[in-house]
Design a protein around this ligand. Structure first.
Ligand code: NAP
Length: 328
């Protein structure tokens, strides 16, 4: 019979590495299944691997490159005994203990390998939804972003016009945040009414720097490799008229998708597929012995630091639960 792990951590963003650090220091010898890098969502390190500058994580006075930060967090976790496999989990069976997990190998092979574990900490994160335009991909980190709080204060956007796409709470929140730095914020929405909560919408629309652009979709991001984004080509969906909106940034705020597909039928997920936590103060999921932290169970804050805090909680909860089971 193959070895049974004490705790397996799925995912390797700030939540995963922090869970690994705490679980390592608790002598759980955690195994981190970090992702195999085959696609963007399977990237070891998670979303921050695509962020050039992280300026809002406490401890880095001058900011830190997202990839460097993830490398530091990994090293710190490894220092306390975390083991790391660059594999991607494709399915799980949480119906009985030990829990069973199947993953494909780091070369992206099809052959599924089985792992067994007494406890699981899920930190698989979420991905920002993008419009799906080719030009949008081209200018990512060069004017296109999905996180105003992460990137809005960068010099490239200061006193410049920027555009935000979306009409939900994220869009108005990002727009309001960006209005602190940008000269003008165009709020481009495909309808003539915001989905956002009334109070947040009102606050955004009464901001003199925020200009709504109703009934409009973005068709193309314009720019060049040196300057980055210089504008967007937009289309009014009612009149069909196409125009160019000059701006130095495009912020997609059209929702997030948690990386939880492989958990369907195994754990309780909400209507938007976020993992449901059974207690607001804990990391317990609907299955005893399975814990979660970070953006896969947080549709609201979605910050590296909040994810790290949730990873910490999940590791402490896992350690306590294992001790109660007499497994430690
Ligand atoms: P959301 O509520 O799902 O809104 C997404 C917005 O993007 C909608 O206005 C939608 O348009 C638009 N959209 C979706 N796909 C699009 C596309 N392909 N092209 C153009 N527009 C598109 O997402 P969210 O704003 O990220 O909010 C998610 C959840 O987090 C919500 O429950 C929200 O209340 C919460 N949240 C709360 C706060 C806060 O309280 N501070 C802040 C952020 C988020 P339609 O309106 O036409 O569908």
């Amino acid at each position: 019979m193959a070895d049974i792990e004490k705790t397996v951590i799925i995912g390797s963003g700030p939540a995963g590495w922090t869970a690994a650090l705490y679980a390592g220091r608790a002598n759980l010898h955690p195994l981190v299944l970090a992702g195999d890098g085959l696609t963007r969502e399977r990237m070891p390190g998670g979303q921050l691997m695509f962020t050039t500058e992280v300026e809002n994580y406490p401890g880095f006075v001058d900011g830190v490159d997202g990839q460097k930060m993830m490398a530091v967090l990994q090293k710190q976790a490894e220092r306390f005994g975390a083991r790391v496999h660059n594999v991607f989990v494709v399915r799980v069976d949480f119906g009985a203990r030990p829990f069973r997990l199947w993953h494909v190998n780091e070369l992206g092979g099809e052959e599924e390998k089985l792992l067994q574990t007494q406890s699981v900490i899920i930190c698989t994160g979420a991905r920002a939804n993008y419009l799906g335009l080719e030009s949008e991909r081209r200018f990512e980190n060069n004017g296109v972003s999905a996180c105003a709080v992460c990137d809005g204060a960068l010099p490239r956007f200061r006193d410049q016009p920027v555009a935000v796409v979306g009409g939900g709470d994220s869009a108005v929140e990002e727009g309001t945040y960006l209005a602190k730095f940008a000269s003008v914020v165009y709020l481009v929405h495909r309808r003539s009414e915001l989905r956002a909560s009334k109070i947040m919408a009102q606050r955004a629309l009464s901001n003199p720097k925020i200009k709504p652009v109703w009934n409009t979709v973005v068709e193309e991001v314009l720019g060049n490799d040196n300057t980055g984004v210089t504008g967007v080509r937009i289309k009014n969906v009612q009149t069909g008229q196409r125009t160019t909106l000059e701006c130095r940034g495009l912020f997609a705020a059209i929702g997030h998708t948690p990386n939880t597909t492989f958990l369907e039928g195994q754990l309780e997920l909400n209507a938007k597929k976020y993992i449901v936590l059974k207690d607001p103060f804990r990391s317990w999921t609907s299955v005893e012995g399975v814990f979660a932290g970070g953006d896969c169970c947080d549709p609201v804050y979605r910050q590296a630091i909040t994810a790290a805090g949730m990873g910490c909680k999940a590791a402490i909860d896992a350690e306590r639960w294992l001790a109660e089971q007499g497994i430690l």
